[in-house]
Design a protein around this ligand. Structure first.
Ligand code: SF4
Ligand code: SF4
Length: 357
């Protein structure tokens, strides 16, 4: 079965819900979130040099009962995409119960994993749960990847995970995520060719800052000094590749981000993301956008997703975040790509018209 089959299955439902969102948003101002991301746990089996998530002193997993309620409510108010990530989701013993529940209610579901624990059995579970896409991380060839991930043998394990998915979960879209950093920039050409030969998609994120958590003892910082000319050359290379899943708009903004220059266009416009997006953390808090709102300032999910989303305080947050410019500083693919692609006015401006300008 080809990869296209899975995408086609959820496409009509996604298009229908996206259309309904535009009608509700522009006619009544009461459209629910179209997309939701879940940090199901902050526990992780790795300690990557650029990531602060597993250093959070409060380690937890989002309760399955809470997750089921959230997913049911999200579906009722029109959500069509959910991404389940961590930490590392495969450290959660009953993770596939979460995944099956998500797929029961939401048309398009993605999982993010480092791939180290993704063996044949896990690949078969992904297949039977009907997940639409799985994102795995490779941050270089063996040398840079294992420096980044801090685990000898992790490169082979993640490549093995991709092979397991291809063999035992055919039809699932596979995406390799790569962080562009000073220590892997020279290996990225080889990695791009390698991923192309694996026959899967490739997505890039420039190295960015993670939050420092309350009660965290160990200092967290990463050197982001990088040769900007090397970045520009590499981006030109990526723009010619058909396997790269990022938008050209996002890719072209990466050198300016590393150089500390703020692009205009999307980055100087009102941010509409929290009108169609929300996030949930392992501690049971809901956010219009973690980056803009700040970690630790979410809404307890016991209040109910619909009640929270349409509450005066949350609407006020959304309005305030229209003026947020945090994306310029943190440059996260998880926030910027949805803003490039949605709503339709943004898609036309940054995906369609850009081709002709
Ligand atoms: S695998 Fe992901 S969550 Fe875990 S330390 Fe690395 S980047 Fe962070
Ligand atoms: S500008 Fe970026 S960080 Fe701020 S609210 Fe919008 S998407 Fe979130």
């Amino acid at each position: 079965m080809s990869r296209i089959v899975n995408i086609r299955k959820s496409l009509p439902s996604v298009v229908y819900r996206a259309g309904a969102w535009h009608l509700m948003h522009y006619l009544t101002g009461r459209a629910g979130p179209m997309a939701a991301t879940f940090q199901l746990t902050n526990r992780c089996n790795l300690r990557c040099v650029m990531c602060n998530i597993p250093n959070n002193p409060r380690q937890a997993v989002l309760d399955l009962g809470d997750f089921k309620k959230i997913i049911g409510e999200l579906s009722r108010i029109g959500c069509c995409y959910a991404s389940l990530s961590g930490g590392e989701v495969l450290t959660i013993n009953n993770f596939f119960e979460y995944l099956r529940e998500a797929k029961r209610h939401i048309p398009s579901v993605n999982t993010v994993t480092n791939g180290v624990l993704l063996d044949e059995a896990a690949a078969r579970e992904f297949w039977s749960a009907g997940v639409d896409s799985v994102s795995l991380s490779l941050d270089g060839m063996e040398r840079s990847h294992e420096f980044t991930r801090g685990l000898a043998g992790s490169f082979k394990k993640t490549v093995g995970a991709i092979e397991n998915l291809k063999r035992y979960a055919p039809g699932i879209k596979i995406v390799v995520n790569t962080v562009i950093s000073p220590w892997n920039i020279d290996e990225l050409y080889e990695l791009t060719d390698f991923v192309e030969r694996l026959g899967v998609l490739h997505k890039f994120q420039p190295l960015n800052e993670h939050p420092v958590f309350e009660g965290q003892k160990k200092a967290y910082s990463v050197n982001r000094d990088i040769d900007i000319d090397k970045v520009r050359n590499f981006i030109s290379h990526l723009l010619r590749k058909k396997t790269v899943a990022n938008s050209a708009y996002f890719l072209r903004a990466i050198p300016d981000y590393f150089a500390g220059e703020n692009r205009r266009g999307l980055f100087g416009e009102r941010c509409l993301l929290p009108y169609f997006f929300c996030e949930f953390r392992e501690d049971g808090l809901m956010y219009p956008c973690l980056g803009g709102k700040g970690w630790g300032h979410g809404y307890p999910v016991e209040r109910g997703v619909e009640n929270i989303f349409f509450s005066p305080e949350y609407r006020e947050d959304i309005r305030r975040l229209e003026g947020c410019r945090f994306c310029q500083k943190s440059f996260s693919v998880c926030y910027i790509e949805p803003r490039v692609n949605f709503p339709v006015t943004s898609f036309l401006k940054y995906r369609v018209l850009r081709r002709f300008l």
